[in-house]
Every structure is written in C-alpha cells, then in structure tokens.
Design a protein around this ligand. Structure first.
Ligand code: ADP
Ligand code: MG
Length: 480
C-alpha cells in the first residue's frame, strides 16, 4: 500500500511545507489545502484549484510566495500553471477546467470550447469602503451588542445558548443556519451582533459579515445594474460567518431570493456559518421560495419572546449599570411592571424618564415616572375603580368580594374591608360617602375610621405593612 508519491505530489508537498511557514494557519487551510497538484512537466508544475475566484485570489495575494517557493523546490526556471475548475452555468453540464499561467491574471483566455473567459478584474467589495482590502472586510458589527450585556431569561435561553455555541464553533454545530425569530424590539439584532462580535474575538481569522436583508438586496440590485453580479456573489461566498438581519424583507423579492439561495448553498456546502433573523417563524413567511424556506429550516430556529418581570428588571439594571446611572429601585420596578410590550420600549421608557428629569432638573421619583409613562404607554392611565380595588384585595385574602360589602364582623373580613376602604380613599377620587355606599351602605365616619386604623397598623405591624404594600403593587400594575 506504500505507493511512492507521484513527482507532482512530491514537489507540491515540499512547497506546502515552505508555504505553511509563511502564512497563517487559517489561510493555509483556506487557500492551500484545497489545491491538488496534477502534473509536473519538466519545470512546470500544474495545480488544480476549485474555482476561478480561488485562482484569482491566489494570484492576487500569494503569487510572490508561490513563485519563490517553486523556485526553491523545483529550481530557478520553475513555472506554475493552474488548472481551474469552471462551473458550467447550464444545468446538467458538468464543470470543466481551463489552464491558466501564473503571473498574468488580466488577459482573456479561452476554455476548452474556445470561448473567451474574462478573467482578472479583482472582486469588488459591495460595501465599498475605500482602502479596504478583501482580507480586511469590515464586519459591519456594532461592538456595543455583546453576550455580556444580553441579559438571559426564560424568554431567550435557547436562542442565547445556541448563539453562543455557534459563535464558539461557527459552521461546526448542527445549528446551521441559526434562525432567530421574534417580534420587534425583542433583541434579534442585538443577539445577531453578539454572535458576530464573539466570533471575531474567538476566531480572529474568520471573515464575519453582518448585513441587513435590505442592504443585501440593494447591493444586489446595484451589482446587476453594473454588470458585476459575479463579483457580488464572489464577495459573499468568501464570508465565513454570514449574518443576515430581518430576512422577512426577502418576501416577494424573487431575484434577491434566487441569488441568496445560491450564496446560501455555497456557504453551507463549504461548512460556513449562516445566521438569520426574522420577525416571524419561518413557517409564517409568505412569498418566499419553498426551496429557500426549507433551507431556513435546516438548522435550528429559536424564538425570542417578551422577558418576564424579573428579566425586565435585570435588563433595566444592566442598562443603568452600563450607563453609570442610579435610579430609585421603586422607579425601576415601576417601569419593569408597566412596560410589557418589548425591550426597546422598556429602554425607551428609562431614557425618557432620565431625559425628563434632567430637562426639568427634577428628582427621578415615582410621580415623575408615572407622569412620563402616561405619554409612553398606549391606553395608559386607566382609572382605578373601587370595584377593582375590592376585587384585588379580596383576591389577596382569598375571600369573596361580597364579604367586604356584608355586615360580617369577622376579623379577617373587617381587615380586608378596611384596607379596601383605605385604598379607595387613597387611589380614587371618590368621596367618603360614595366609598361607604360601595361597602354595603356604610357611612363616611366608618371610612375615616378604616383609614386611620390602616395607617396605625402600618406603623406598628410589619407583616401588615408588607401585605398592604404588596396589595398596592398589584393594584398599580397596569394602572397609573
Ligand atoms: P429586534 O432586532 O428584535 O427588533 P433589538 O435587537 O434591536 O430588537 O433590541 C432592542 C433593544 O433592546 C436593544 O437596545 C437591545 O440592546 C435591547 N435588548 C433586547 N433584549 C435584550 C436583553 N435580553 N438584554 C439586554 N438588552 C436587550
Ligand atoms: Mg432588529
């Protein structure tokens, strides 16, 4: 079984040893391991490369190294020739190869069929950042979105840990593509950037790109206008970790879907990582090609939902910590209680309160927060009614609402009745007489007495005070 390596293999293996010492391990893996030596004819070594893009890349970046290495291994008159595999655009036709000399990438050459192929012009980066080298593609990542400041909760556990796994081992997990979906303002974009940022940290050599689906589409349209779609595709096929935000915008954009399908396939086949975000689950995506949809479902889809109260609190605290702000705990709790639409609004509410306080030079306290929230939350400022107070107090003590309206003088009932009266006086505009009417037609002096008793007990009885505070919190959730 110990076959002698053929001369071209022997020569190429020698070359690889030299090259390995001169390039990064990642570049070596990407650009030199896939090369196959096919022929050594005198001093001419022919190597096969998987695509035209590959050939151009080698010529542009490594031609000096290759030539020096060849001269060292084969001799001063060594020459390099490429055997380039060319995909045949027409379906059913298999790829063919063309031979290219080294050191001249800009002349038209013909393939085996005698058709001219335009080679050479370097691939344009659709992000057009002047002075940018291809190896230095700007990832378009926002450094402020990280895993560290993405607060974990039940609402995002799976998505967050899948994101971490993907960032540690891009392309090396079953989560490919990783599809993160969820409503607006729930952290999809944050998580997507966090993945990209972590990849850059852990795998410096990996080429990461974050792009919104709209930008992708616009670049594609531009490229078709400029007849540079091949460059566009090549650019994207070169990415190791491609993150596309808000893929729901691909709906109805058939040509964009087609080109994305092509890029997706190429990346996926080559073990590259794809991360997608979407404002709805893939099954609810309308007007997206079935083939593309089925690919979206290949890896892992996980959703982000609205954080629960504790997580909302932690998100606010995390944000305040980052920004070096301190605010009374009761204000933070109030915001966390009342904003349950999405995280963006939660953050927005915090910012509004801060802005208002600094504009008016006021202390950030509960009344200010309440005032602000009136403008913030739709159908805010729901009036608190006596009925509502009775209902919550009775729920708290596990007694029927009728009990507080009855004549009963049982101790627990009397206490619940007094607390309900106290809140009716404190939180509604109802007159003492009116309050009395709601409690089985009692007179105003009974209501006054109830309020006094509750105040006294709150001063002297810790447990009682705790209960009253808790009831107040419950009454105030969703009301102002
Ligand atoms: P989406 O892309 O889903 O519309 P974003 O990623 O833009 O939402 O998130 C909206 C805001 O909420 C951002 O400022 C983001 O940092 C913040 N956010 C969302 N989820 C979290 C979280 N779990 N921890 C910290 N901040 C979060
Ligand atoms: Mg977003």
């Amino acid at each position: 079984m110990n076959e002698q390596p053929r001369p071209q293999e022997q020569a190429w293996n020698e070359c690889l040893k030299v090259i390995k010492d001169n390039v990064t391990p990642q570049s070596f893996k990407t650009w030199f391991e896939p090369i196959k030596p096919v022929k050594l004819d005198g001093k001419i070594l022919t190597i096969q490369v998987p695509s035209q893009f590959f050939y151009e890349w080698l010529e542009e970046h490594y031609v000096g190294l290759l030539q020096k290495t060849l001269k060292k291994v084969i001799g001063p008159s060594a020459k390099l020739e490429y055997n380039v595999i060319v995909e045949n655009g027409q379906q059913g036709n298999s790829p063919y190869t063309v031979n290219q000399p080294s050191g001249n990438t800009s002349r038209p050459v013909s393939n085996e069929l005698g058709m001219p192929i335009q080679l050479g012009t370097s691939i344009k980066n659709p992000f057009i950042i002047p002075g940018l080298k291809k190896m230095n593609i700007d990832s378009q990542l926002n450094a402020k979105y990280t895993f560290d400041n993405f607060v974990e909760g039940e609402c995002n556990k799976l998505a967050r840990s899948a994101g971490l796994a993907v960032a540690q081992k891009p392309g090396g997990t079953a989560f490919n593509p990783l599809m993160i979906f969820g409503g607006c303002g729930l952290g999809k974009t944050h998580l997507a950037h966090a993945i990209g940022n972590m990849v850059k940290q852990v795998h410096r050599a990996k080429v990461v790109l974050f792009v919104s689906s709209e930008k992708f589409m616009n670049q594609f349209i531009d490229s078709s206008r400029n007849n540079s779609t091949a460059d566009f595709v090549n650019f994207y096929q070169y990415i190791d970790v491609l993150i596309v935000d808000d893929v729901q915008f691909f709906a109805k954009k058939e040509r964009t879907q087609e080109i994305f399908f092509q890029i997706f396939n190429h990346l996926h086949q080559n073990g590259k990582q794809i991360v997608l975000t979407c404002d709805r689950p893939p099954k609810d995506l309308k007007d997206v090609d079935e083939r593309l949809l089925s690919r979206f479902k290949w890896g892992l889809s996980c959703d982000l939902s609205m954080p629960d109260y504790e997580t909302r609190l932690a998100i606010l605290e995390n944000k305040m910590y980052q920004d070096g702000i301190t605010i009374d705990r009761e204000v933070v709790e109030y915001l966390a209680h009342n904003i349950d639409t999405n995280v963006r609004e939660l953050e927005g509410a915090l910012i509004s309160v801060l802005a208002q306080a600094s504009l008016t030079r006021k202390q950030i306290d509960l009344p200010l927060a309440k005032q602000m929230m009136k403008n913030f939350v739709k159908n805010a400022s729901r009036e608190i009614s006596i009925d509502y107070i009775q209902k919550l107090v009775c729920e708290f003590y596990g007694i029927p609402v009728e009990a507080v309206k009855s004549k009963t003088r049982k101790r627990e009932i009397v206490q619940a009745r007094q607390i309900a009266m106290y809140f009716s006086k404190d939180l509604t505009k109802a007159s003492l007489k009116n309050i009395g009417m709601h409690f089985g037609g009692r007179d105003h002096s009974t209501v006054i007495h109830a309020c006094q008793t509750v105040n006294d007990l709150m001063d002297t009885d810790k447990k009682f005070r705790y209960d009253v505070d808790e009831i107040e919190k419950r009454i105030k959730i969703n009301t102002f």
